[in-house]
Write a protein that binds this ligand. Structure first.
Ligand code: CS2
Ligand code: MG
Length: 402
């Protein structure tokens, strides 16, 4: 089998997505997600100008060799644009392999290790009562694990809280909006949110929380300690993780489990965190971390240190990435949990998919390959629109981590 064509579909059905389609001489094609939120066209140009011409004529079954060719062969390694581009190619090739062998992707990754993939979704509210209602609503829908975020009193537009009744979607069309942040107010408030949730909801539901890289290590240590009585499933991204050893300070003070890595793009970003037992869940996702080939190696490395997977699954990861994560999650032994933030009905209309949700668990479906199709005619009606993630400033105007 040979690759005969590779092209991009850039569309914006409620938000921007970059999708790669690779065609072969046997009529089988594969899809890969290449979406990098707020920097979409950088990946599109990297693929179009530098990667896609090199694919023509290659054997799509050679996922390892093509991965190495794009990683080592470029000389310039790593980084979100490069690794998202490699991921798009890699996932499309695995999709082709599954279709050619007439089997769902999970069978090529080790087969089923479980019946379903435990997922968590996002609950949020402007205040604690609204956040409580929101968690209850998702529990009523069957979710066994829910991430909870609430507006911090005295901080306008807190992370994770939707504007004016719309579903939460961090990227906004136009230029970047600005939000405010106060670590002091947040640290004083966050434990009261989880105290209320535990008192009202009992101890069975898994509660998660995203700090979104906003604290210093010692502040994160204080937060983790103060949340211990409410036994969170995890505290996510307590501080920026470029400095991997900073997690040692957090670990010294708290047993609240830690998840990090949604902005990582290779195992090299995470290996010290795992080797030194500084995290419990690795969030580096398939689309930003070099595809299935690299995610499988990262998961296997993590398994040595009893670190489990907990992949990023916000709406900026297209249904193609969601499907890929569900196939891998069904297969790897050290799966932990998968994030599931609902796509809009319009996005789901463009990317029709076989994955399903039932009683807290998702399943990738049994269609050959990934089990996702793209309706290109519908996609063409929603052209790309420039959009950005917000930036954040402290109350005195200093730019800080969003
Ligand atoms: C978040 C995301 O889902 C998460 O855990 O951190 O909302 C994140 O802000 C966006 O995906 C950024 O693109
Ligand atoms: Mg996050």
């Amino acid at each position: 089998m040979k690759i005969t064509a590779a092209r991009l579909i850039v569309c914006s059905p409620d938000r921007n997505f970059v999708t790669l389609r690779i065609d072969t001489d046997e009529g089988i094609y594969g899809l890969g997600d290449a979406t990098l939120n707020g920097r979409e066209l950088a990946v599109a140009a990297y693929l179009e100008e530098h990667v896609l011409p090199c694919l023509i004529g290659r054997d799509p079954f050679q996922t390892e060799d093509i991965w190495q060719y794009l990683y080592r062969g470029a000389y310039w390694r790593r980084g979100p644009v490069t690794m998202t581009s490699i991921a798009a190619v890699d996932v499309a090739l695995w999709d082709i392999k599954g279709k050619a062998l007439n089997t769902p992707l999970y069978n090529l990754l080790g087969g089923r290790s479980r019946e379903g993939v435990l997922v968590y979704t996002h609950a949020n509210g402007r205040d604690i009562p609204e956040a409580l209602d929101s968690v209850r609503k998702y529990m009523d829908e069957g979710y066994l694990a829910v991430r909870a975020q609430a507006g911090v009193p005295g901080v306008a537009s807190s992370y994770g809280v939707p504007k004016a009744g719309k579903p939460y979607e961090p990227a906004e069309r136009g230029l970047p909006s600005e939000s405010l942040w106060s670590t002091e107010k947040y640290l004083n408030f966050a434990p009261s949110l989880f105290e209320k949730l535990r008192v009202e909801l009992g101890s069975d539901v898994h509660l998660l929380h995203d700090v979104h890289h906003r604290l210093t290590p010692i502040e994160a240590a204080r937060l983790g300690k103060s949340l211990e009585p409410f036994h969170l499933f995890w505290m996510e991204d307590p501080c920026p993780a470029e400095l991997q050893e900073s997690f040692e300070l957090i670990r010294r003070h708290t047993t609240t489990p830690i998840a990090t890595g949604e902005v990582f793009n290779s195992l090299w970003d995470a290996h010290d965190l795992m080797r030194h037992h500084l995290i419990d869940y690795i969030r580096m996702t398939i689309v930003h971390g070099g595809g299935i080939t690299h995610a499988k190696k990262t998961a296997d490395f993590a398994a040595l240190y009893q670190v489990r997977t907990g992949y990023h699954g916000a709406t900026d990861l297209s249904p193609i990435t969601m499907a890929a994560a569900l196939h891998l999650g069904l297969a790897v032994h050290n799966f932990g949990i998968q994030e599931h933030m609902h796509h809009s009905p319009l996005t789901d209309g463009v990317f029709t998919h076989q994955y399903t949700f039932d009683a807290g668990y998702m399943h990738p479906g049994n269609a050959p390959g990934l089990g996702v199709e793209i309706d290109e005619a519908l996609a063409a009606k929603y052209p790309y629109q420039r959009a950005y993630l917000p930036v954040a400033r402290k109350l005195d105007g200093t730019l800080t981590d969003w």
